[in-house]
Design a protein around this ligand. Structure first.
Ligand code: ADP
Ligand code: MG
Length: 557
C-alpha cells in the first residue's frame, strides 16, 4: 500500500502481502543462506560428521552426503531454496563437491554482506564475483594435472578420496576397484575422447552379508524370477534373445463371437491355439536362443513349451533393463519372434537364478566386453546400503569426470589455497571497488581448508597461517592439510586427488547462486500463494524434521 496524490491510498498488492525491500530483503536472504551453509559445514571432509535425518513419517536416514541433506531439508525460505538448488546442480553435473559448493556460496554471501555494509552496491559485488570466478577457472586449469585412461592406480585414488569420508570407507579398496572397473567398462571412445555414461551401471541393493561382499557383475542382474518352475535354473553358454512383443495369442480388437457346436470343434480350436504358440516357441528355439527376455507377457502354454526345450524365459522385463541387457550382451531387441535369428542374439557365459535371502535375482554373468554392468550392493542394514549407494554414486561420478577430462587436482584444501593466493594477486589488477569484491571472493574460498581443519579438530588459524605460508613457496601448489597430523603436506604424496571438473563446478554453481541472491532487492510473499517465507521475526519455519540442528530454529533475520 502506498500513498497516492491527495493522500488516497493506492492498493497495488493484495492486503496481507508481506514485503521486505532493499537492504532488509538482502539481509534476509543472506541470513537464510548462511544458516543452510552452516548446517552442512560439519559434514565436510574425511573427519566430517554425519547427519541423521528424520522425516515426518519417522523414517531415518543417516548420511554425510551434502546433496542428500540439502534435498531432505524441507527449506521454505526462497534464498535457502536456492542453495538447495546449488547442491542439486552440483550433484547432477559432477556428482561430488556438493558440501563444498554450499559452504562456498554461504561464505560468498557472508562476505558480500560485509561489503554491502560498507555501502558497496550489489552490482559491483556481482561483477567482482563474476571476474573472480572466471579467473578462478584459469587458475584451476593451470594447476590441473593430467591422468591417462590406463592409469588405474590414479583413478582408484580419485575414487578413494571421494569415498574416504563416507561409510563405505570400511571397504575402501574393494569399492574403489569396483568403481574404476565399472566406469572403464562402460566408457567408450568417441572422437578421440572418452565418454562414460554411468547410467549404464546398474545398481542393485540386497540386504544381507556385508559391504565387503558388494560385487561387480560384468553383465546384468535383474530383480526377476524365471517365469516357470519347469525351466532350468542355470544355463551355461547362454545365447540371449530380447523380445519386445508378447508371446501370447493376439486377442482380436473387436468382440467376436465364435460358435462352437461340438466337442470336436472345441478341440480344433484349442489345437489351433496350441499350434500357434508352438510356432512362436519354435521361432525362439530355431534361432539358437536358450535364454529369452520378454518385455511383455508370455502365455502359460508357451512357457511350458519353452521349458521343455530347456529355455530360460523371463517375462515383463522393464524397458530400461532390456536396453541395458542389449548393451551388456550385444543382443538386438526385436519386435517380433519372426525376427529372431543367430545374428540378433547376445551372449553370456552363464545365466542363473540366485537366491539371496528370500529373494531371487537373475544373474547374466561374464558377458564379453559388456557396455553395461551391474553392481550388487550388500550390507547389514538398509541404512548402510542406502548410504553406500549414495557414496558409490559420488565415486562413479568422480571417476567418470577424470576419465572424460583426463585432469585432476590435489585435495585437502590445496587448490583452494592456490585459488585464494591467485585471486588476491588478481584483485590488485582489477582495482577500483570491484577489487574489494575479488578480495572477498579470495577470502571466502579459504573457508574450505578452514572448515576441513576445524572438522578435524585442528586449530583453524594456525593451519591457515601455515597453509598460506607454504603456498608462497615455489612448487607448493599441491600442498594441503594432513587431517591426521595437522601438518601441511604435499597431498599428492598421500594420493589425495580430486577431479578438476568438481572444483570447476563448485566455483561455477556457488558464484551463480550467490549472484542471483545478491540481485534480489525485493522479497514479496503473496498471501495464500503457496509456501513463502515467514517474515521476520519468524525464523526458518520450514526446517521440518531437522529439529536437532543447532541454531536454525529461532534465528531472527
Ligand atoms: P563434498 O560434498 O564437498 O564432496 P566431502 O565431505 O566429500 O564434501 O569432502 C570433500 C573435501 O575433503 C575435499 O576438499 C577433499 O579434498 C577433502 N578431503 C578428502 N579426503 C581428504 C584427506 N584424506 N585429507 C584431507 N582432505 C581430504
Ligand atoms: Mg565428496
Amino acid at each position: 500500500m502506498s500513498q497516492g496524490a491527495g493522500n488516497i491510498p493506492v492498493l497495488v498488492l493484495k492486503e496481507g502481502t508481506g514485503r521486505s525491500t532493499g537492504r532488509e530483503a538482502q539481509r534476509n536472504n543472506i541470513m537464510a543462506a548462511k544458516i543452510v551453509a552452516e548446517a552442512v559445514k560439519t559434514t565436510l571432509g574425511p573427519c566430517g560428521m554425519d547427519k541423521m535425518l528424520v522425516s515426518g513419517m519417522g523414517d531415518v536416514a543417516i548420511t554425510n552426503d551434502g546433496a542428500t541433506i540439502m534435498k531432505e531439508l524441507d527449506v521454505q525460505h526462497p534464498a535457502a531454496k536456492m542453495l538447495v538448488e546449488v547442491a542439486k546442480a552440483q550433484d547432477k553435473e559432477v556428482g561430488d563437491g556438493t558440501t563444498t559448493a554450499v559452504i562456498l556460496a554461504g561464505e560468498l554471501l557472508a562476505k558480500a554482506e560485509g561489503l554491502l555494509d560498507k555501502n558497496i552496491h550489489p552490482t559491483v559485488i556481482i561483477e567482482g564475483y563474476k571476474k573472480a570466478s572466471e579467473k578462478a577457472q584459469d587458475i584451476l586449469n593451470a594447476i590441473a594435472m593430467p591422468v591417462k585412461f590406463d592409469d588405474e592406480k590414479m583413478l582408484k585414488e580419485v575414487a578413494i578420496t571421494s569415498i574416504s569420508s563416507k561409510s563405505i570407507n570400511v571397504a575402501e579398496d574393494h569399492f574403489a576397484k569396483i568403481i574404476v572397473d565399472s566406469v572403464k567398462q562402460v566408457a567408450e571412445k568417441v572422437d578421440n575422447k572418452y565418454v562414460a555414461d554411468i547410467d549404464l551401471i546398474k545398481i542393485v541393493k540386497k540386504h544381507g552379508k556385508s559391504l565387503a561382499e558388494t560385487e561387480l557383475v560384468k553383465g546384468m542382474v535383474i530383480d526377476k524370477e524365471i517365469a516357470s518352475s519347469g525351466m532350468p535354473k542355470l544355463v551355461d553358454g547362454a545365447k540371449i534373445a530380447l523380445l519386445n512383443a508378447k508371446l501370447e495369442i493376439e486377442k482380436t480388437e473387436f468382440d467376436a463371437k465364435i460358435n462352437i457346436e461340438s466337442p470336436d470343434q472345441m478341440k480344433m480350436f484349442l489345437d489351433e491355439e496350441e499350434r500357434m504358440l508352438k510356432d512362436m516357441v519354435n521361432s525362439v528355439t530355431k534361432s539358437g536362443a536358450n535364454v529369452l527376455f520378454c518385455e511383455k507377457g508370455i502365455d502359460d502354454m508357451a512357457l511350458h513349451f519353452l521349458g521343455k526345450a530347456g529355455v530360460i524365459a523371463v517375462k515383463s522385463v522393464s524397458s530400461s533393463d532390456m536396453e541395458k541387457l542389449s548393451k551388456a550382451t550385444g543382443a538386438t531387441i526385436v519386435a517380433s519372434v519372426k525376427e529372431l535369428n543367430a545374428d540378433v542374439l547376445g551372449k553370456a557365459k552363464r545365466v542363473e537364478e540366485v537366491k539371496i535371502g528370500d529373494d531371487k535375482l537373475l544373474y547374466i554373468r561374464d558377458c564379453k566386453n559388456p557396455k553395461a554392468v551391474t553392481i550388487v550392493i550388500r550390507g547389514a542394514s538398509n541404512h548402510v546400503i542406502d548410504e553406500a549407494e549414495r557414496s558409490l554414486h559420488d565415486g562413479l561420478c568422480v571417476v567418470r569426470n577424470v576419465i572424460e577430462d583426463g585432469k585432476i587436482v590435489a585435495g585437502g584444501g590445496a587448490p583452494e589455497a592456490e585459488l585464494s593466493k591467485g585471486l588476491k594477486a588478481f584483485a590488485v589488477k582489477v582495482g577500483g571497488r570491484e577489487q574489494l569484491a575479488v578480495e572477498a571472493f579470495a577470502e571466502a574460498i579459504e573457508e574450505i581448508p578452514l572448515t576441513l581443519a576445524e572438522n578435524a579438530g585442528l586449530d583453524p588459524i594456525d593451519i591457515m597461517v601455515a597453509l598460506r605460508a607454504q603456498h608462497e613457496k615455489a612448487d607448493s601448489k599441491t600442498f594441503g592439510i594432513d587431517v591426521n597430523t595437522g601438518k601441511i603436506i604435499d597431498m599428492c604424496s598421500k594420493m589425495i586427488v580430486e577431479p578438476l571438473r568438481v572444483k570447476q563446478q563448485v566455483i561455477k554453481s556457488a558464484t551463480e547462486a550467490t549472484n542471483m541472491i545478491l540481485k534480489i532487492d525485493d522479497l514479496i510473499s503473496i498471501k495464500g500463494g503457496g509456501k513463502m517465507p515467514p517474515m521476520p521475526p519468524g525464523g526458518m519455519g520450514g526446517m521440518g524434521g531437522m529439529g536437532g540442528m543447532g541454531g536454525m530454529g529461532g534465528m531472527p533475520y
